[in-house]
Design a protein around this ligand. Structure first.
Ligand SMILES: [Zn+2]
Ligand SMILES: [Zn+2]
Length: 439
């Protein structure tokens, strides 16, 4: 008797939660059809470059204000912060980045971007495209705002929606921190964000229980040589040869110094030296990107690069005051590391609300970086950064079967299926917020 009562109660609970889930699913679909589809179209056709997202920020402020949030503009440049207070409870921050890229869209889609803008780096007028899917992020943020405003009786606490500039140049999160976002609007108890991904099935969610993006450092190595005639190498110190030995030796860091299960990347992306066939140059300049998924790996790689560069200089017989200079840029990005408990909790909530097949596990292969950890480190904030698939399963299957490649992020051919991506973006965010702030 007791047993069947328990079974009945849990069956009822399942009914209630599935009913609640499909209610949310229906509400988000309706809002997509009535409102968000056009909004995505607008953002997709009007992308703006990092740091100059003026019209995007203005539109986001207008949308979030219309949804009932208290909005502050120009936080860290073009950043927007929207707050909704709704009684006691946690302060939960959700971030969406809004910048496009200097890429000419060649997707062939009817709503392809034809936008142009003056690039603040070069001063040239360049084509602009949402070639990373940030238009999905901001459209979903508006959808989330509208759902949460309509559901104020289902949650209590404070929501902070953050529209962030210049993610592509890893400047925006730092700029918002430097503009005292926490001091002005409160230090969040939880911080959330997602990225849409062209390599994953549209509308599916993945949240790694640990590192989700790599940490990245930018390193320059200046090799000082001694110039000479190309026919008299004994009169000089050849920085091309010394630099080449450094490039090769750097690969031993990952191959022989990192523990085999600790991933890392050392890429020499640029090597410049010399002017002419028969001149031994007096300088070589190497530019590196160095990736990690934890701070110990970062230390091993950065200290190793210094040690190898200096000592190859010594082995070549360079005097102590002419050893290679290793310059580690301050523009480093820490790894994005999900709180494992929160990731598990949210995955549970997503599969309960959206069905078990809403989740998938993404193959983690690359070492892309993100500037979101500027929000979540120092002071540390419990956070989860999840992925939402953006490409129809049949396109992924076709690629797998040797068909056309699915275009990658930042490519002129990049495209995202907006409906499943935006709807999953809104739904997963609403479910996460209700999980953390629900009654
Ligand atoms: Zn990107
Ligand atoms: Zn991106």
């Amino acid at each position: 008797m007791k047993k069947s009562l328990v079974a009945l109660t849990s069956a009822l609970l399942v009914c209630v939660s599935v009913a609640g889930a499909s209610e949310l699913n229906d509400a988000v679909k309706k809002d997509y059809d009535d409102y968000l589809a056009d909004l995505w179209d607008h953002f997709h056709q009007n992308p703006e470059l990092s740091l100059v997202e003026f019209r995007t920020a203005e539109r986001m402020a207008k949308e979030l204000r219309a949804a009932g949030f208290t909005v502050t503009e120009e936080v860290g440049g073009t950043g927007v912060v929207a707050i909704m207070e709704n009684g006691p409870g946690p302060l939960v921050m959700m971030r969406a980045d809004m910048d496009g890229l200097p890429v000419e869209e060649k997707s062939g889609l009817p709503n392809a971007s034809r936008a142009q803008q003056r690039d603040p780096i070069t001063g040239n007028v360049v084509p602009v495209m949402h070639a990373c899917g940030h238009d999905v992020h901001i459209t979903s943020l508006v959808g989330t705002a509208r759902q949460m405003a309509a559901r104020k009786d289902e949650w209590s606490g404070t929501i902070m929606l953050v529209v962030q500039p210049a993610e592509e140049r890893v400047l925006g999160a730092r700029a918002m921190r430097a503009d005292n976002i926490w001091e002005r609007f409160g230090l969040p108890d939880y911080a959330l964000a997602f990225h849409v991904g062209a390599g994953s099935p549209a509308g599916k969610i993945d949240a790694p229980e640990g590192p989700s993006y790599a940490g990245a450092d930018t390193v320059d190595i200046i090799v000082h040589g001694i110039g000479a005639h190309g026919a008299s190498p004994h009169r000089g110190k050849d920085p091309v040869l010394i630099g080449s030995q450094i490039v090769v030796a750097l690969q031993t860091l990952v191959a022989r110094e990192l523990p085999p299960r600790a991933p890392g990347v050392v890429t020499v992306g640029s090597f410049h030296s010399g002017t002419k066939h028969n001149i031994i140059s007096d300088e070589a300049h190497l530019q590196l990107t160095v990736r990690n998924t934890n701070l110990e790996t970062r230390e091993i790689l950065l200290r190793g690069i210094e040690r190898i560069a200096m000592n190859i200089g010594r082995a070549a017989g360079l005097p102590e005051d002419k050893l290679p200079e290793v310059i580690i840029s301050e523009e480093s990005v820490p790894p994005t590391i999900n709180d494992p408990n929160l990731a598990r909790r949210l995955k549970q909530a997503w599969s309960e609300a959206m069905g078990d097949d809403a989740l998938f596990e993404e193959k983690q292969e690359g070492m892309g970086a993100e500037d979101f950890p500027y929000f979540t480190t120092d002071p540390g904030i419990t956070s989860v950064y999840w992925g939402i698939g953006g490409t129809p399963q049949e396109d992924l299957d076709a690629e797998e079967a040797g068909g056309p490649m699915v275009p990658s992020h930042h490519s002129a051919l990049f495209k995202i299926a907006p409906e499943p991506s935006v709807r999953a973006g809104v739904e997963s965010t609403v479910v996460a917020l209700l999980e953390l702030m629900g009654d």
